[in-house]
Design a protein around this ligand. Sequence first.
Ligand code: SAM
Length: 245
Amino acid sequence: MSEKNKIRIYTPIELTTRKDISLSEEQSHYLCNVMRLKINDNLLCFNDNDGEFLAQVTEANKKQTKLHLLSLERKPQKSPDIWLVFAPLKKDRTDFLIEKAVELGVNKIIPVSTRFGISDKIRTERIRLQMIEAAEQCERFDVPQLAEMLKLEDLLKTWPENRTLFFMDEKRTGLPVSQAFCNTKNKPAAILIGPEGGFAPEESEFLKKRPFVCPVSLGPRILRAETAAAASLAVWQAISGDWKE
Ligand code: SAM
């Protein structure tokens, strides 16, 4: 396997040079049956505490894969402090939103149930696996935290007051996105995206009364929720996050 296309695998196991580790059955199946990894092949193993290590396969079968950690390749780096709050969408649209949010460096994802949302439940395990896959692909070190789903009003009751909640409002009542993000540069922030049916009028009113909520417009066109999530995260990264470096 070429250096360039080396497989990256996330593991919560503590990683240090010269350590031997065993991967989960799920990862062993993926590496042996899907990626056809064999003994002596190299791959990269990472997590947010220890960084990214070059590893060599020492045992490879679909039930168990063992690796020997050779060297630390990259020290860990934290993702910028940006959260995404979203109301669940249809299956493929939620999949898209999760994948793009991870690529765009979000560090916590909070599902909320809203009046016009399509569901009060999320598939936690499916989302967790999607987040790991996206983190492996995009070369980040950490997998975002996935919070428990809450009702919008309950989330707002326990919201940390020092974290600005950017309420993406297609009714254009808020500041243009670049202005809103510039005003709160380098402060803890979160982006709130509504469901396909938007927020109910009483939800919008309730949101606007909270001191930590900042209504924001993403321009004259109504975007799909997953587009609005990706667009606003990209603007935030460019103004306050790790795209400004
Ligand atoms: N109210 C609409 C409806 O009838 O379906 C549209 C909701 S839109 C598809 C889903 C979410 O994306 C909105 O709740 C909002 O958070 C965000 N959004 C879409 N376009 C936006 C814009 N131009 N500005 C700010 N937020 C937007």
